[in-house]
Design a protein around this ligand. Sequence first.
Ligand code: UDP
Ligand code: MN
Length: 344
Amino acid sequence: MVMMTQSRLLCLYSVLIFLGFTWFISTFEYFCNNDELLEVRERQIDTYKQQVTDKNREIENIQTKMQEYEEKIQRLSHLLQIKTCKPVAGDNDPTLPTLYLITPTYSRLEQKADLTRLSHTLLHVRNLHWIVVEDSEVKTRLVTNFLANCGIHNTHLNTLTPKQVKLKAGDPQWLKPRGVLQRNAGLTWIRTALNPSKNKGVVYFADDDNTYSLELFEEMRQTQKVSVWPVGIVGGLRFESPMVQNGSVIGWHTFWKPERTFALDMAGFAVNLAIIFSHSNAVFSNNVPRGYLENSLLLQLGVKLKDLEPRAENCNKVLVWHTRTEKTKTKNEKITPSDINIEV
Ligand code: UDP
Ligand code: MN
């Protein structure tokens, strides 16, 4: 009886040990498998997380591209407006940079005709501030009245060119630089009246007798540092132009002094307002060698050749012309005098 119980107990023990061992092995395996499973799941989660990050980045890129396209569409639709000759004066958009145009002007029989023609061009340009600087001791009645009625947002300034640096009647046009102090007065106004952190814009020196395509203004509005483009009928050539290779300016198509760092006409470049502010001492000078006016200013502004942004279809399009108004002969006034009370 005792023997029976002992062998049974032994049997029971063996069975229990076997079951315990099997349970231990299977549990151990289960834990092992579970760890592996966890690892697989974690790896999967990491992959999904990476995929989500990648997709988010893709979405961000698409959003940036969309914004770029929207800006492009806006610019193109505005160009279309220009091409179809729909006036846009007063059609201002606060998100666009403002164009600050500095125009020196002086008293002559052709002055009002030149200013009228220029103002009619500018009436088609959005976000424009016209800084008109008279070469005179006092502001003249003609220009004051003209600006009051021209319909363009403007600032009227004056400063007289001293006799010793002024061209005399009969002097060749190239003998002395013109409009130097007037452009500087415009720059001083910009640097004192505007706020570099609030005002975003582009500065352009627009002589009163040139001819400007409306497209030029939309080209210069994109200026990040300094924009450049060809100028028609100037320098004894059909046009002068920056020479462009792979989107960069590598030299100058000009007959006169191509060795200048910036062999540019006044009408051939525009500068971002921020650069005018960051180089607050940069001004035009009457004392630079002939033809070096533009070059000298750009050097003082710390501009490098690589900073230049070729515009107007990579400098393949003439959008501004150095036209000059013929000096009027009034020899018949002696015989048939006109009413001097009528403004011309
Ligand atoms: N200008 C000026 N005072 C002068 C001569 C010219 O303010 O004694 C102005 C002129 O009105 C023009 C700019 O300076 O806006 C350039 O002058 P101009 O057109 O006579 O020069 P060019 O066409 O020969 O470079
Ligand atoms: Mn001129």
